[in-house]
Structures are given as structure tokens and as C-alpha cells.
Ligand binder design. Structure first.
Ligand SMILES: [Fe+2]
Length: 408
């Protein structure tokens, strides 16, 4: 068996191979290739907009992550596939070095798709040898776990970015066959009451969590009500029909400016055909399913809708309390839910000084927290304490709305 020498003198080592870690690592690595399977080389290269990345870039960047943070520092016999790739596929890690500008990722016609596939194979072989070792440095194991979670995040981005690309194509291509929504709601929302008081928020204990979910801490919550389902397309169409996009009283100032600037009249990917609303999705353009949750709305739109409905968005703490104690419908698996909470560090949070400390902490300004998980979030990736975050005007992710209210 080919086993690399791993570290000269690791301070603490695990006593046996981590079979579960290895199994999950290669399951996730293979799944990225499966997701890219329906896409042509042309599909994989083009960048729909500066916020999105090409599929080929996602496949290479997630590979670069393992090469940079696991293999280079912890596998002494590892041979770097191509030194030039670090410049191409570093996303935002200042401590790692200079990088290709994000809005120009779609210009990378080289390396080719085949070369990126070979890059993935090269790194996977090295990872297989590495995790087969009897001794894995605990820090390397921690980084492999982060790499798994990171690749899952990019699997979701791969799909949202392909949708953004296909939505710009007049052929409205389908990434996959259409299947009826399993998450429709036909009944009126129910309202579930939650008590106020000091509640524990954030992750602690077993299982993976990102650093931004810690430290676990107390938060004071007032009694509140939460809708037991997401806002539907039927409800959103009523908002549109009653002039929601044309009435400034519903909108935050920044949101109203964005409505004017971008000409918003409907969620992203909605299109009117002969007076009927269609929506572009991963199965191509389909008639809007009125009972499905509305998706691809910005924070500004979610907030405006809540005001129109005489309600408000939940805080991220309210959402987490509800997710932990009550099985409300559509908390996970439909769409990410905007909260009214700014993305801020929890009390006592300190990002680490190393490059991986740049993963979450440096983005804690000007963005809003989303909770839950979407129909393209990989299975097992989300959890009640998970904090997603995007800028309030962004709407190419699978983002929707759950209403909240104050309890009297
Ligand atoms: Fe990344």
C-alpha cells in the first residue's frame, strides 16, 4: 500500500484512519462531477454575471482548496498539479496570494474542461493516499471536513449559477427534466406562537459547524409568531397585481432605489407570456406553480412583501428557536429564508489568524442572514444553526420568504 509520510512530528495524531471522513469526502467529490454531467464544455466555461462563477471554475476551485489547505501543508510528497492554477482558482484568500479577478472568471477558456477534470483526478488520488494513512494530523482532518462542507456550498452555487446562465439563453435550456413540486401549499398559513425569554443560540458540541455559528450564547427574544409555511407564488402574484412593486410605502429606501434602477416588476426569472406568468428554473421555463414557494426574491422584496402583508420578517434568532423546538413546514429543502438580521459576529467570535480565518469572518458587514436551506442545498449540509448570508439586493439564489409577527 502506498502511504505518504505525513508530517515529521505531528503533535497529536488520531490512532486509526478516519473511514467516515474518507467516505464522505469522496462521496462529495464524486457528486460534483455528477452535477456537472449534464453540462457541455461550453456550458461549463461561461460566467452569467460577476456574482456567479462558471461550472469549470467551481470544479477547479474546490480542488484547489484541498490542494492548498490539506495536501501542500500536510502531504510532503504531494506534487502540485500546476503552479499557475493557484492564481486562477484562489477565490478570496488574501493570505494565499494574488488571484484572477472574479468578474473575469468566464474568460478562462484555459485550462480546458478536460484539464480541470484531470486536475480533480490528480488531487483525488493524492487525497485517497492521504486519508488511507494510519495517522492523520487532526488539523488536516479538520481542514478536510471544512473542504467537504466548502465543496457542498459550491455544489449549490454551481446549480444557482447554471440557472442564471440558462436564464439568459433564449432557448431556455433545461438542466434536468421537470418534476412536479413536492413542496406546494394550498392552505392558508397557520401561525405558531413562541414564548419569549433568554434562549440559547448557536452551535455547540458534536457535529460540524462553521465558525460563524459560534460561540453559543444567550439572546433575549420577545414572544413572537411564525408562519408555518413559506409565502407562495399565489400570494406573491397578488402583491404584484395590487401594485406592490409600484408603491414606495412598502419599500426600504435602498430597496425602492433598486426597484427603479433595475426595473423590478416580479421575482428574478419570472417572465410574462401573453398575459400568463412563467418562471425559468432548472427544468426550463414553466408556468408559475401558484402553490409553490416564491423564490429568487431579494431581501428588499421580502421586506416589502412583509410590510404589504402587515407582518415582518423573522430575526435569525427567532428562526433558530422555531427550528429547534418545532417542526414547521418548509424550514429546510425549499428555499433559503431571509431574516431581518444583519450578518454580524456572535458575542465572543474571533476569526483565526490563518488563511482559513478569511472563510466567513471578513464578510460580516452589509449582508443579511438567511436561514434554512434550499431545493439545491446538498442533503445533510444544512442545520438549524446554519447562517447563510447575501447582500440585500441579490436574488439569483433560491431565496424566499417566511413571515413573522409580534405576539400580543
Ligand atoms: Fe469557495
Amino acid at each position: 500500500m502506498l502511504l505518504p509520510e505525513v508530517g515529521n512530528a505531528p503533535s497529536v495524531v488520531s490512532s486509526r484512519p478516519n473511514e467516515d471522513l474518507a467516505r464522505r469526502l469522496f462521496t462529495v467529490r464524486r457528486h460534483s462531477q455528477v452535477l456537472a454531467g449534464p453540462l457541455t464544455a461550453e456550458d461549463r466555461c461561461v460566467q452569467a454575471m460577476p456574482d456567479a462563477s462558471p461550472t469549470k471554475w467551481h470544479l477547479a476551485h474546490t480542488t484547489w482548496f484541498f490542494e492548498t489547505f490539506v495536501l501542500r501543508p500536510f502531504a510532503p510528497d504531494y506534487r502540485v498539479f500546476d503552479d499557475a492554477y493557484a492564481y486562477c482558482f484562489n477565490s478570496y484568500y488574501e493570505q494565499v496570494g494574488a488571484r484572477h479577478p472574479r468578474p473575469m472568471r468566464g474568460m478562462l477558456t484555459r485550462p480546458s474542461s478536460d484539464e480541470v477534470t484531470a486536475y480533480r483526478g490528480h488531487v483525488d488520488v493524492a487525497l485517497e493516499r492521504f486519508v488511507a494513512s494510519d495517522v492523520i494530523d487532526p488539523e488536516a482532518a479538520r481542514r478536510i471536513e471544512i473542504g467537504i462542507q466548502h465543496e457542498q456550498q459550491h455544489q449549490e452555487l454551481l446549480l444557482t449559477d447554471i440557472l442564471a446562465l440558462f436564464a439568459l439563453n433564449p432557448l431556455r435550456p433545461a438542466y434536468r427534466p421537470h418534476s412536479a413540486s413536492k413542496i406546494a401549499s394550498v392552505d392558508a398559513p397557520g401561525w405558531v406562537a413562541f414564548k419569549g425569554g433568554l434562549q440559547m443560540i448557536g452551535h455547540e458540541g458534536e457535529g460540524f459547524a462553521f465558525d460563524n455559528e459560534t460561540p453559543r450564547h444567550q439572546a433575549l427574544i420577545r414572544p413572537f409568531l411564525l408562519a408555518d409555511r413559506l409565502v407562495t407564488n399565489r400570494e406573491w402574484l397578488r402583491f404584484m397585481a395590487e401594485g406592490g412593486y409600484g408603491e414606495p410605502k412598502y419599500w426600504l429606501a435602498d430597496g425602492w432605489a433598486r426597484v427603479q434602477q433595475e426595473g423590478w416588476k416580479a421575482p428574478e426569472y419570472f417572465e410574462s407570456r401573453d398575459g400568463e406568468w412563467f418562471v425559468m428554473g432548472l427544468s426550463g421555463a414553466q408556468r408559475v406553480d401558484q402553490n409553490a414557494p416564491v423564490t429568487h426574491v431579494s431581501y428588499y422584496e421580502a421586506d416589502a412583501y412583509a410590510r404589504f402583508a402587515g407582518k415582518r420578517l423573522p430575526s435569525e434568532f427567532e428562526w433558530e428557536v422555531a427550528a429547534c423546538v418545532n417542526g414547521l413546514r418548509q424550514m429546510f429543502g425549499a428555499c433559503w429564508q431571509w431574516t431581518q438580521s444583519a450578518y454580524l459576529p456572535y458575542p465572543g467570535f474571533r476569526a483565526t489568524d490563518d488563511a482559513l480565518g478569511e472563510y466567513n469572518g471578513k464578510f460580516m458587514v452589509s449582508q443579511m442572514v438567511l436561514r434554512g436551506g434550499s431545493c439545491v442545498t446538498p442533503d445533510g449540509h444544512a442545520r438549524p444553526t446554519y447562517r447563510n448570508f447575501f447582500y440585500p439586493w441579490q436574488r439569483w439564489q433560491f431565496t424566499g420568504v417566511r413571515l413573522a409577527d409580534d405576539a400580543s
